[in-house]
Design a protein around this ligand. Structure first.
Ligand code: PEP
Length: 250
């Protein structure tokens, strides 16, 4: 039985670069309609592409679903063509922003130090950064999981207890993202427990830690039963209203 704690479960969708005004409207309507009959345990949120923040805001305002973005600039304003600041995200009612998703680390060479500066920019305007960490399959095969995660966490831990208490960590093994291959609950729990010990060392042991990587309604219950898993970051399954709501209802 999962020990009780004060950490509210959070299920957060990440639409990645999917959607259109038309398909989003259908999906958002279906999620809102489903909320009438499907219980949500804890909090439910969606991180949508920048151009659809206004749509998410107008569709979700007043509902049980909060929204956020998938990246943020480390800078507050200025000559940063193509970048979007944390204050701009606040203008669209965002609560959350993903920082350091593995796709950004891999495709945009984001370093852990840069990820921390993005988290600082988010915190400065009252957004909650969801800082993503996770090892590759090669790291896991080399038995390097804790080393890799510790390196990714280092600049975040350096922010100190007060900042840490205002962010969320998402553990997303790269080999489980979009592959249909989920970490076993035991594999995920082992890494979550390691992350929690690292956070506790900075006086922030109660920070929420989400698991991400091919989470579906069928595997969510066994993941959520683990003592250090406080919810999920959900990619593909967040694009299907019933599946997303069923994860949140587990
Ligand atoms: C993600 O995009 O963060 C993710 C976990 O994707 P998926 O659920 O599709 O593996």
């Amino acid at each position: 039985m999962k020990p009780s704690n004060s950490r509210t479960r959070l299920v957060m969708g990440n639409w990645k670069m999917h959607g259109s005004l038309q398909t989003n409207a259908v999906l958002l309507d279906a999620i809102k309609a489903g909320l009438a009959t499907s219980p949500v345990v804890g909090e439910l949120a969606l991180c949508v592409p920048y151009p659809y923040l206004a749509q998410a805001q107008s569709a979700l305002a007043g509902s049980a679903v909060s929204w956020g973005a998938q990246d943020v600039s480390a800078s507050a304003q200025g000559a940063y063509t193509g970048e979007v600041s944390a204050a701009m995200l606040k203008d669209f009612g965002c609560t959350w922003v993903l920082c350091g998703h593995s796709e950004r680390r891999a495709l945009h060479n984001e370093s852990s130090a840069q990820v921390a500066t993005k988290a600082i920019a988010a915190l400065a305007v009252g957004l909650t950064p969801v800082v993503c960490v996770g090892e590759t399959l090669a790291d896991r095969d080399a038995d390097d999981v804790e080393c890799v995660i510790a390196d990714q966490l280092d600049p975040i831990l350096a922010l100190g207890a007060e900042s840490l208490s205002r962010l969320i960590i998402a553990y997303e093994p790269v080999w489980a993202i979009g592959t249909g291959r989920t970490a076993t609950p035991e594999q995920a729990q082992a890494v979550h427990a390691f992350i929690r010990r690292e956070l506790a060392g900075e006086g922030a042991g109660e920070v929420r830690i989400l698991y991400g990587g091919s989470v579906k309604a069928a595997n969510a219950a066994s993941l959520f039963a683990q003592p250090d898993i406080d919810g999920a970051l959900v990619g593909g399954a967040s694009l299907v209203a019933d599946e997303f709501l069923n994860i949140a209802a587990v």
